[in-house]
Each structure stands twice: as structure tokens, then as C-alpha cells.
Design a protein around this ligand. Structure first.
Ligand SMILES: [Ca+2]
Ligand SMILES: [Ca+2]
Length: 225
């Protein structure tokens, strides 16, 4: 079952304030964007439950193993780098009762762009999510931001999604929006079938990333405490 529309999951929490963590656990690559390695990173733009916005790139400078300032992960479609446990935190914040946080997640691949451009695109994503009433097209926002700073030879955008984390009277509900237009979709089959990966991770989703010739599966868990 591949789900290509909004899907909601609920977790009951005992306190009115809940801590939400979104973690990129594992990446599997069937096809890179070109011959040889890809340099993978994630742009995060979010609106916290108090209305403030924030942006970042993950892994971030000196936290990866490839690319400008070691701000990417080295991934390939064969050999030892085809499957990687990354266990990288994408979002970690409190959600107050009866409030929501919005988290935009867009996967990039470094190709002519750099850390500065990626950080700028993540900031544009945060601004768009902060000001949007309707759900935003997160990939379109990032592409627009990148095209303004790097008109040519820009990084590849593999796909993305927008995650809503809602503390509804003590029940935490998360909703994911992604579709083909975002070049990513949620694949619950992959999450259910691949228990060698997902066992013990609790709730989460698998994103199929297909932008710019790539074929990736990204396993992302959502934790509440
Ligand atoms: Ca590329
Ligand atoms: Ca590259």
C-alpha cells in the first residue's frame, strides 16, 4: 500500500506537554543521481508550536563525511554505502497542549551548490511554513530559493514532505503530506515489510525519493515522550 495523500497517526501521551522527535534512521539507495557517489543532506524548515520558525541543514558542517565542510553523507547505489544507519535528529522540540508544529523536510544532493545555499534554502522553507495558512509545497519552495542563489548548476532536490505534529488535548497526532509533485511519497509497505530496519523504531514512515533520477528510501521515525 503506497499512500499518496494525508495520513494521520495518533499517540496518547500522559502529560499536556509532549516532546516530539523526528529522526532520520536509515537510508537505502537503489540509484544515485549520477554515476558514482551522491552527497546527501536534509534541509529542515519548521514552525514551532509557539509560532517561531527555525531552519537547519542536517548533518550540518563537520557532522557528515562528504561534501563542502563535511556537511553531507556519502551514499552510493552499490557497495558498503548503499545502506546507511544515520540516526540523525531532524526535529526535537516540545509541543504544548492544543498546539501544532510544522516540519518541512527536503532531501538535497550536493552538486555545484554548497552549505551556504542549502542553509539559505532551509531558511526560505521555514519562512514559507511560518507564513502559510494552507499546506506549502515544500520542494517548490526549496527549488525557488536555490534558483535565486545558484541560477545554474544547482544541487539536486530528491524530494520532500511536510509533517504536522499536533498535541490534541494530550493525544499527539502526526500527519504527513507528500505526493508525486513533491517527488516523494510515503510507502507504508516498506515500513511494515522491512522489520529488519523498523523493528524497535516505533512509529514512522518510509519516504520514496525519486527526484533528479534518484531512487532512495528514507526511514524516518516519530517519537513522543
Ligand atoms: Ca547529482
Ligand atoms: Ca553530487
Amino acid at each position: 500500500m503506497s499512500l499518496r495523500g494525508p495520513v494521520a497517526m495518533t499517540t496518547l501521551v500522559s502529560e499536556n506537554m509532549a516532546r516530539a522527535r523526528v529522526i532520520l534512521q536509515f537510508v537505502h539507495c537503489d540509484e544515485t543521481t549520477e554515476l558514482g557517489h551522491d552527497e546527501l543532506y536534509v534541509m529542515i524548515g519548521c514552525k514551532h508550536c509557539d509560532g517561531s520558525t527555525a531552519s537547519r541543514i542536517v548533518p550540518g558542517p563537520n557532522h557528515g563525511d562528504a561534501g563542502d565542510d563535511r556537511s553531507c553523507w556519502d551514499i552510493n547505489d552499490s557497495g558498503a554505502l548503499r545502506e546507511r544507519w544515520l540516526r540523525a535528529t531532524l526535529y526535537d522540540a516540545d509541543i504544548a497542549v492544543d498546539s501544532k508544529a510544522e516540519v518541512g523536510i527536503v532531501f538535497g544532493e550536493q552538486d555545484g551548490g554548497g552549505v551556504r545555499e542549502a542553509i539559505g534554502a532551509a531558511a526560505s522553507l521555514a519562512d514559507a511554513i511560518g507564513s502559510a495558512v494552507a499546506p506549502v509545497k515544500v520542494v517548490a519552495v526549496v527549488l525557488d530559493a536555490l534558483s535565486k542563489v545558484v541560477p545554474k548548476n544547482t544541487d539536486d532536490v530528491l524530494g520532500g514532505a511536510c509533517l504536522t505534529l499536533h498535541n490534541a488535548g494530550g493525544s499527539l497526532i502526526w500527519t504527513l503530506r507528500s505526493d508525486e509533485q513533491e517527488r516523494a511519497w510515503r510507502d507504508d509497505d516498506a515500513w511494515e515489510k522491512n522489520k529488519n530496519i523498523t523493528a524497535g523504531l516505533g512509529q514512522g514512515f518510509c519516504l520514496q525519493l525519486t527526484g533528479d533520477g534518484a531512487r532512495y528510501q528514507a526511514y524516518i521515525s516519530v517519537e513522543f515522550s
